[in-house]
Write a protein that binds this ligand. Sequence first.
Ligand code: CMC
Length: 428
Amino acid sequence: MSDSKATLTLNGESKDYAIMDGTVGPQVIDVRKLYAQTGMFTYDPGFTSTASCDSGLTYIDGDEGVLLHRGYPIGQLAEQSSFMEVSYLLLNGELPSKAELDEFTRTITRHTMVHEQLTTFYRGFRRDAHPMAIMCGVVGALSAFYHDSTDINDPVQRKIASHRLIAKMPTIAAMAYKYSAGQPFVYPRNDLSYTANFLRMTFSVPAEEYVPDPVIVDAMDKIFILHADHEQNASTSTVRLAGSSGANPFACIAAGIACLWGPAHGGANEAALNMLREIGTVDRIPEYIARAKNKDDPFRLMGFGHRVYKNYDPRATVMQKTAEDVLRVMGVTDPIFDVARQLEKIALSDEYFIEKKLFPNVDFYSGVILSAIGFPTEMFTVLFALARTVGWVAQWNEMISDPAQKIGRPRQLYTGPTQRDYVPVDKR
Ligand code: CMC
């Protein structure tokens, strides 16, 4: 708590509000007593100026393009760590020792199978169902299968549920893909890494084993690291809000998946690749730049702009380099990658994008990589959900462990009719 105070003067009367300090980043004004003292609420749709919790997981400085997990820069984690290690870090606060990492990896590996009866859920969906629709349903259904890890007041059950979610998500995601492709489900294999196992469950068929190139496994692992957590974004806030009522973890993560699906959030990677394909050739870029700048046209450059980053998204830097590596290994010369690079160049030198501080975000290049690896666009947001699950459960755990935690209950500025008398239907 800082010594300084914020003073609010209303109708000639002044009230002081405490100013709170984090370890780094903007201070916050503690307005919890505002309504009791003044009878007024604050108004902040979209939470652009509101801290909804305190958290020790992830720090973002959007102006400088900084992203830290438990203090470690995302660039260092993506280059030197692994998704399993980053998961441990997010859940436990510190990097693991070798023994701790081995034990954690073993635990996750041992939880990768799903209840056999869960496969019948898939068969209830149409073959052309969007895999995110399947993910929302199947992940929500996990609470009907794993009753022994739904008591949120028991830290051991919370830990088991967290491990189950992280472990089963690749299996569930790969099954969603297999179902839409009309191919048999592939069971997990415990001798493979988390990421290699996921790729095999997705691309292997009984007639032919899939042996991924280590560069592809490494690229996929990096993509998972880059998506692991991102502070209080819309889906994470959804998970926290759902969890604040005491709902079980599987239901909360299903809520997060539903929120992530939207094109302004996790759905942007799919939308970005579709946009790049629609542009198709470099000579058509100016037309799309002009559309993005036109106030009367709802078109936006997908994969551009961010609520928090007003600088280059540090995840996009790693993503661009990874795209180059993957395309080289796959021997793919994707004209869409050229369109992406050229579009970025043109946009970054355009006054509109400079003035509004619109830079490529994590989704701008990820679609190019995922498409080169062989994923259909509908799977892109599923991969985001898979990776973000660790962030969601870590944030959820942090919230439940906080003794000051309350049910989330925003207020509103009411603009509807004032009280009026009911009129029977024959008199209207
Ligand atoms: N193309 C063209 N103009 C844009 C864009 C864009 N991609 N993004 C923002 N703007 C303009 C917008 O029209 C507005 O202009 P004005 O001030 O004249 O009205 C200004 O920039 C500010 O935009 P905003 O919508 O008020 O900003 P926001 O913080 O509410 O939105 C955003 C952030 C990510 C939703 C938005 O930039 C966007 O729609 N981007 C495209 C979708 C996208 O790539 N989303 C992925 C986000 S990163 C992954 C994730 O976190 O899920």
